[in-house]
Design a protein around this ligand. Sequence first.
Ligand SMILES: *[C@@H]1O[C@H](CO)[C@@H](O)[C@H](O)[C@H]1NC(C)=O
Ligand SMILES: *[C@@H]1O[C@H](CO)[C@@H](O)[C@H](O)[C@H]1NC(C)=O
Length: 197
Amino acid sequence: MLTMTRNIPFILFVLISWTLMVSTDEQNSDRARLLAEKQVLNKYLVENKDILINYNIFNVGSSSAINVKLSDNTFSLAHFDIVGGSLKFTIPRIAPQSNTTHTVVVRPKEGIWGRFNFTAGELIYSSEGSNELQYGYTSEPGDGYIVSLKEFDKRFSPHYYDWAAFLIISMATVLLPYLLWNGSKNKYEKLSARKTK
Ligand SMILES: *[C@@H]1O[C@H](CO)[C@@H](O)[C@H](O)[C@H]1NC(C)=O
Ligand SMILES: *[C@@H]1O[C@H](CO)[C@@H](O)[C@H](O)[C@H]1NC(C)=O
């Protein structure tokens, strides 16, 4: 009994905050809301070789997003060349519940290798019929390691020989049973030939 009366203020508090949450949700119900994912599509990051960066922007709101500006200032021009696409772009409109993707190709300059932290790009947009600016960030792909060209070649060129060895071994595993089968087949044919005589 005592514990129940003690809990009443707490229950009231929960009810009130729940109502507040619902009402702020209602206020936002006719707005655009963008989620943006930034992805690094490469398996290997290598000095002086292309890196594909993909931005996937998804409008989870119930109104169109207008004049969506994404700018990614995380690739300094001292370290990277922009080979394809643009790190600052504008999408005139993203309808509710739909996605837009954009791909950019950057290339670490010669002599640029080591740990690199891929961090977030920035989003500015507004909801249809409103002048209010809304702000957001893309996801952060996080830490990556750009391998020097020298190290990359050292690690991956010798695989040539590995492949050659692999081919010889797999040829043996195919050829050997064939030779055995062929041998026994010949024997069997000789046997059956003798029988029919
Ligand atoms: C939109 O993006 C989400 C999350 O990445 C994905 O699950 C969905 O399939 C995408 N839809 C379209 C139409 O591309
Ligand atoms: C990468 O950058 C983000 C944002 O600046 C930071 O929170 C995170 O700790 C960094 N990661 C590393 C491994 O430095």
